[in-house]
Design a protein around this ligand. Structure first.
Ligand code: GTP
Ligand code: MG
Length: 335
């Protein structure tokens, strides 16, 4: 966000929690325990979330509004929303075709969900994005670092090294700019994200990945009677993610497995785990599947706030995510 956007109005800039009006050392301590380490995260907080720190509704409103004005977001006028929208940046996937499907790449400030079955390439795309985000804007990157929350222990440094080399980047540097956290349970996964704001700020993280969003939830919350509790938690988790993405103008990516619905005989029987709640909060959803030729993948843009549905193909090779040649395209057109 540029400094000139204040239109003459002097906006106070707060660096730490203690700088905000009405926050003393003990309140700051309590807020940190609740996972609010930065002014940015407070700007995206709700009044109710600050309650456990012993903050009254009136005071919470004042703190949140001061934090918002400090980082230049106040949800008051449509023109300001437009301004936020103008700050949206795009991150390349590494495939021109896939970028085209997404109108230029993955957007900051929103969540992009990749879903598909085993081996469809969800984690490979996540790895590639961790490398690409470090590229300069002229190469489709965001000059930033990545945060990778891994729930299935599938992150591989060796794969990052391969992809970095292919792009002519120093693998050692690239690896250093990926902050990795393994989540052992769904609660741990939520805890990691709830406490991520400081790490994001300090490391200039521009890409936040949760791979996989739903695996722990799926294995821990079994049966119909636990469905409501699961959805509520998933919803909270996704909202935390979207707020971080907005506060730090970062790209957020989640992956999701698919579930075949045995009771459905017609239509598309493949459904992402998490159903409607995940669908509503994740703004862009892409369904990945293998084509008949093994390195080739089909990406289908299933929903987006403003882009039309569509399909593109790409491939996963030694180098990472790449476009396929015209020749390969004709070969795979029988998919
Ligand atoms: P789950 O997490 O199990 O649901 O699958 P996923 O969608 O995350 O699959 P993932 O992204 O891990 O894709 C794995 C596939 O990517 C493999 O089956 C390979 O086809 C391909 N792949 C992974 N690494 C390499 C590599 O180094 N070289 C090549 N050529 N292909 C690779
Ligand atoms: Mg995976």
């Amino acid at each position: 966000m540029s400094e000139e956007e204040g239109e003459g109005a002097e906006k106070p800039r707060y660096e730490t929690l203690e700088d905000l009006p009405g926050i003393g050392p003990s309140t700051a301590q309590k807020l940190r325990e609740l996972g609010f380490h930065t002014v940015e995260s407070l700007a995206m907080a709700t009044v109710r979330e600050l309650e456990p720190a012993g903050i009254s509704e009136k005071k919470a409103l004042a703190i949140i509004s001061a934090a918002r004005s400090s980082i230049g977001i106040a949800f008051i006028r449509a023109d300001e929303l437009l301004k936020m929208r103008q700050n949206v940046l795009r991150l390349t996937t590494g495939s021109k075709a896939l970028d085209k499907l997404l109108d230029g790449g993955l957007e900051t400030q929103t969540i992009t969900e990749f879903y598909g079955e085993y081996g469809s390439g969800k984690s490979q795309i996540c790895h590639q994005l961790c490398v690409n985000v470090q590229l300069p804007p002229e190469r489709g990157g965001l000059n930033g670092a990545a945060l990778y929350i891994d729930t299935e222990n599938t992150f591989r440094t060796e794969r990052i090294v391969q992809m970095a080399r292919h792009l002519g980047l120093d693998p050692q540097n690239v690896v250093k700019n990926i902050i990795y956290a393994e989540a052992y349970t769904s609660d741990h996964q939520m805890f990691l994200l709830e406490n991520a704001d400081e790490v994001i700020k300090e490391n200039n993280v521009k890409l936040i990945i949760v791979d996989s969003l739903t695996a722990h939830f799926r294995s821990e919350y079994l049966g119909r009677e636990m469905l409501a509790a699961r959805q509520q938690k998933l919803n909270k988790h996704m909202h935390k993610l979207i707020r971080l993405a907005r506060a730090f103008n970062a790209v957020a990516v989640v992956t999701n497995q698919v579930m075949a619905k045995p009771d459905m005989f017609f239509g598309d029987a493949i459904h992402p785990v998490g159903g409607h709640i995940v669908g509503h909060t994740s703004h862009t959803r892409i369904y990945l599947r293998r084509a008949s030729h093994s390195p080739v993948r089909v990406a289908r843009l299933v929903s987006s706030p403003y882009l039309p549905e569509g399909e593109e193909i790409f491939k996963i090779t030694e180098n990472g995510i790449e476009d396929i040649s015209e020749e390969e395209k004709t070969k795979s057109s029988g998919r």
